[in-house]
Write a protein that binds this ligand. Structure first.
Ligand SMILES: [Zn+2]
Length: 445
């Protein structure tokens, strides 16, 4: 048989080959999800809240489930704190008495007010950001004028209410995060101070994104600088343009033509999507019952293109919309019971897998009963290090298969043979950057 070269788009071609089982032999595809599972789930937690780590994480650890924690680095001792970058603060504050807030000065004022020292000022920052992102620019300008007028008179107060990103009892150390990462969890960026990025000027916006990344790299390592979530689920165009140049993966938005993204607030039905992948984000806030949460998992399992991304916040009374440990345990158990069909992996790992699969080319050659497979990709193998699952059709007479890794001359892996209408096949892992793979019925060793 002549070598079959299958390029990008293999899953579309696959149908053609499937019709002829014999011609199928040697045909190799990258399965849609790792382990040839039916779908994927990523469990994510925002804001680096202490109970996520001391209450939710042990439940996950007991079940062997990894999660992604988007942390606010400025809260962690040793990291660079939040700060305002720009002209002298008093100069800006004095100017607010003479010049009303407008398009020209809005971002500078929006950046500064949160750092003027009170929780009420921080609240003005958040509310102005919320109005701005809702398209209510004039109202956002007026709100800042009101806030700065109070500031000039010394009338802004500290409220007793503890805000989730400034909670004195809510502390975690880099040593703890390092340990959590080594347990298989993803620690990722949620900026330095959790601001409304859409109303920051360029230096302050860049500081929030870059300094958070720099501290994570310094304390945990470069591998944890892959994913980020910009606060408040923002999709502001200007913010996204900056953030996409700094982080390879944003939970906020993933602009891939082959992927449909359904955000937390969207009521769109993921089951009607025709895209190859659907990233379906759901937020299990307090008003969502257990039956609905379990239903998301069931919906995911009923299709082959679905990646459920769960967005948790508070746990046991600390943080926004907290869920209890009992609820979490029940929910994670439900997922764990279905783990043979669902690939549960961190946000970063699923993103990498999809990118690897969509950006790799496979070449197979057959000589006698030996199938040789090579994979090539332009992706950086040190970043894109999640093992892909390759599926190769083998002669129906094979009772077993051996995988011989040419770059590890003494390694041989015995593989299972599975059967489906299109023929017999085997599954095996492959990491980008590895060399040629050889499959034979019997080991050569
Ligand atoms: Zn947040």
């Amino acid at each position: 048989m002549k070598p079959i070269v299958i390029l990008f788009g293999i899953s579309i071609l696959f149908g053609v080959y499937a019709a002829q089982s014999k011609a199928n032999i040697g045909n190799t595809v990258i399965t849609k999800w790792q382990g040839d599972k039916k779908s994927a789930i990523s469990i994510t937690f925002d804001d680096g809240i202490i109970n996520q780590l001391t209450v939710a994480k042990p439940i996950l650890d007991k079940l062997g489930l990894p999660a992604t924690f988007f942390i606010i680095t400025g809260k962690v001792q040793g990291a660079a704190p939040g700060k305002f970058i720009g002209r002298p603060e008093q100069e800006i504050i004095d100017e607010t008495a003479r010049v009303k807030t407008n398009e020209e000065n809005f971002f500078e004022r929006g950046s500064l007010i949160g750092f003027t020292g009170t929780t009420e000022a921080l609240d003005y920052h958040s509310r102005a950001g919320s109005l701005f992102e809702a398209g209510k620019k004039e109202e956002a300008y007026q709100l800042l004028d009101e806030g700065y007028a109070k500031l000039r008179k010394g009338n802004l107060r500290n409220t007793d209410e503890i805000v989730f990103h400034n909670n004195p009892v809510d502390t975690t150390t880099w040593q703890q995060y390092k340990q959590y990462a080594l347990q298989g969890h993803e620690i990722a960026s949620h900026t330095v101070t959790h601001p409304r990025l859409a109303i920051l000027d360029e230096p302050n916006l860049l500081y929030e994104l870059e300094q958070s990344k720099a501290d994570i790299e310094k304390y945990l390592g470069k591998e944890y600088t892959f994913s980020a979530e910009c606060p408040y689920g923002t999709e502001d165009e200007r913010v996204m343009a900056y953030a996409h140049t700094i982080y390879p993966a944003l939970r906020n938005r993933m602009p891939e033509s082959y992927l449909e993204e359904i955000n937390r607030s969207s009521k769109a039905n993921p089951e009607t999507s025709q895209k190859e992948y659907v990233q379906w984000q759901r937020g299990p806030v307090n008003s969502v019952g257990m039956a609905e949460m379990k239903g998301w998992v069931d919906t995911c399992l009923a299709h082959d293109n679905m990646w459920l991304v769960l967005v948790f916040h508070g746990v046991n009374g600390i943080g926004w919309e907290p869920r209890t440990d009992t609820e979490l345990e029940q929910y994670f158990d439900y997922m764990h019971d279905r783990v043979s069909d669902i690939w549960i992996a961190t946000f970063g790992d699923v993103t990498k897998y999809i990118h690897e699969r969509k950006n790799s080319k496979i070449k197979e050659t057959m000589e006698g009963d030996t199938i040789a497979v090579t994979v090539s990709s332009d992706l950086d193998a040190t970043t894109y290090d999640v093992p892909m699952t390759l599926k190769t059709y083998v002669p129906s007479t094979w009772k077993t298969a051996f995988l011989h890794k040419k770059w590890e001359s003494d390694q041989e892996l015995r593989l299972e043979i599975y059967n489906e209408a299109a023929g017999s096949y085997t599954l095996y892992p492959y990491r980008l950057g590895e060399g040629e793979l050889v499959l034979t019925e019997f080991g050569v060793k």
